[in-house]
Design a protein around this ligand. Structure first.
Ligand code: MN
Length: 230
């Protein structure tokens, strides 16, 4: 019973302060960099697709990722993560940035094989995107200390080899527009996180891989792919 009444409450560390950021929901968007849309053989769309991961899929600060079962094509997607301190319904792009608490570096781990299968079947995305440990996120940095980064290198390396490298200025839909768009569907709340999409270069991970990802001025995160659990 102690586990039931004292369950794990997802939160992220914040550079420079003792208190942790209480994670509420994890929203994600897809298809937000032209080069990634191209590598996935998709078309650009006026509104990027929105999906969610459960907050307890977060792996705060990175670390060991037990290798997810039932996939033969686990892939990495490095993304700028926006952390909200405010919210609302139908937030305008103009007021959106006032709701941003800070930023982090996230890795949207994806079972690419299952994503293709469920897409073709017209089935929900959760088994491909929203599994345990699927959302490693770095320590957050506060907007009050770094501002709102509009450009800067975003990259990810596997075992020291750079696989993804781009600039966050290449995002088709900027964080202010994503906040506005998502808030037309959901009343955003303090503690909500938004993964803002990945650039090209996604590739397959295997047990034992070391993955490091970073964004200029925001930070970096390191994960190690563990073994498949029995
Ligand atoms: Mn993604």
């Amino acid at each position: 019973m102690s586990e039931l009444f004292d369950y794990y409450r997802p939160s992220l560390t914040v550079r420079g302060i003792e208190r942790r950021f209480p994670a509420r929901r994890v929203f994600c968007v897809g298809w937000n960099y032209a080069d990634h849309i191209k590598e996935m053989n998709r078309e650009n769309v006026p509104e990027p697709p929105v999906f969610m991961k459960p907050a307890d899929a977060l792996l705060p600060g990175g670390g060991e990722v037990p290798f997810p079962p039932r996939t033969r094509d686990l892939q990495h997607e490095v993304e700028l993560v926006v952390a909200l301190q405010g919210g609302g319904l139908n937030i305008s792009a103009e007021e959106a940035m006032g709701h941003v608490y800070g930023y982090g570096v996230g890795i949207d781990l994806t079972r690419r094989d299952l994503q293709s299968e469920v897409r073709e079947a017209g089935a929900p995305w959760e088994i491909s995107k929203s599994f345990d440990y699927s959302a490693p996120v770095s320590t957050l940095r506060r907007a009050s200390s770094i501002g709102h980064p509009a450009k800067g290198r975003i990259w990810l390396a596997v075992n020291g080899a750079v696989r993804q490298e781009a600039d966050i200025s290449h995002m088709i839909h900027k964080p202010m527009n994503l906040i506005a768009q998502i808030s037309t569907f959901f009343e955003l709340k303090p503690g909500d996180l938004i993964f803002t999409g990945t650039p090209a270069g996604v590739s397959r991970l295997k047990p034992g891989d070391h993955v490091t990802a970073g964004i200029d001025r925001v930070g970096d995160v390191h994960i190690r792919m563990g073994r498949l659990r029995a």
